[in-house]
Design a protein around this ligand. Structure first.
Ligand code: RRO
Length: 295
């Protein structure tokens, strides 16, 4: 397998120790867990999404495991501004704050809390099961552009995380770029559901949830590939990545960095094992690999 040359990385205006980034939502609710993931080899970490008000999330069950992945309907649980007290243990490290709001001004307000405390902001315009938030507004390119513009005016690096639950993801990618985004993250989870045949009812309390894990990897690769062609800003790949091979494939599709989420649940040391397989002092310069699958 191809090995990449070791060295620090800048993607979408954020300097990171390597190309591997903890995705939003997994182990991102406390400073201690973010610090732990950084200590196991992640190049940067993204927090759980933080919103304008404290929120408990959807009623349970919030989570079910299926063949090839997980379906979650956590429902954006978060402590809102109180989360800032968690950032102490990761002060000065490459941390990206995931934020959400229901309007450009709410996005700006929440992002402003993090100014000077994190390396960048990731806009959650893509949670597939949140009324008034996430994909409910992120499927509209005009809304994507306005939310991005509002947050970019704070002067921090801005990544915009997109939903795959649209006909043409590039319309939202191009809108984020127009709004001044420094990077596009593709993809959030795929809207999904299961039904309990014993109970004759949906498994999840919220009925619908978001599918992640290996089952969505080919969808994520396709979205990264399309966005790389359509946009001029870096694309950060996310969705079902669980091996060094997946990272290389995502980079060949066009990813300048790669997020890992669900795979951490089964292997807390996955960053270390992927790092050890992926990098070598005499490896290939990563720039030769990013987007090389495009003709
Ligand atoms: O909290 C969630 O239920 C959640 C979020 Br914020 C998200 O962006 N994506 C997802 O699958 N779940």
């Amino acid at each position: 397998m191809i090995r990449l040359k070791t060295g620090s990385v800048t993607a979408g205006g954020v300097q990171m120790d390597n190309h591997l980034v903890l995705a939003a939502g997994i182990l991102g609710t406390t400073g201690a867990s973010l610090a732990r993931v950084l200590s196991t080899g992640a190049g940067a970490v993204v927090t759980k999404s933080i919103g304008p008000y404290p929120h408990e999330g959807h009623p349970g069950p919030c989570f079910c495991e299926i063949k090839g992945g997980l379906i979650n309907a956590m429902g954006l649980p978060n402590p809102s501004k109180d989360f800032l007290t968690e950032l102490g243990p990761v002060n000065g490290r490459p941390v990206i704050a995931s934020v959400f709001g229901g309007s450009p001004s709410e996005f700006r307000e929440v992002a402003s809390w993090f100014k000077g405390m994190v390396s960048g902001i990731e806009l959650n315009l893509s949670c597939p099961h949140a009324e008034g938030y996430g994909a409910a507004i992120g499927v509209d390119p005009e809304m994507v552009e306005s939310c991005t513009k509002a947050v970019k005016s704070l002067g921090m690096p801005v990544w915009v995380k997109l939903t795959p639950n649209v006909t043409d993801i590039t319309r939202c990618g191009v809108a984020a770029e127009r709004g001044g985004a420094d990077g596009i993250v593709a993809i959030n989870t795929v809207k999904a559901m299961r039904i309990s045949t014993d109970l004759r009812r949906p498994v999840l309390g919220n009925r619908f949830g978001g599918l992640s894990g290996p089952a969505v990897f080919p969808i994520a690769v396709r979205c990264v590939y399309e966005l790389y062609d359509a946009c001029s800003i870096p694309v950060i790949g996310c969705g079902g990545v669980s091996s060094a091979h997946d990272v290389v494939e995502m980079m060949m599709a066009g990813a300048s960095a790669v997020q890992i989420g669900s795979a951490v649940i089964h292997d807390r040391d996955i960053f270390r094992s992927i790092y050890d397989t992926l990098y070598a002092a005499d490896g290939v310069p990563p720039d030769e690999i990013v987007g090389c699958a495009h003709g």
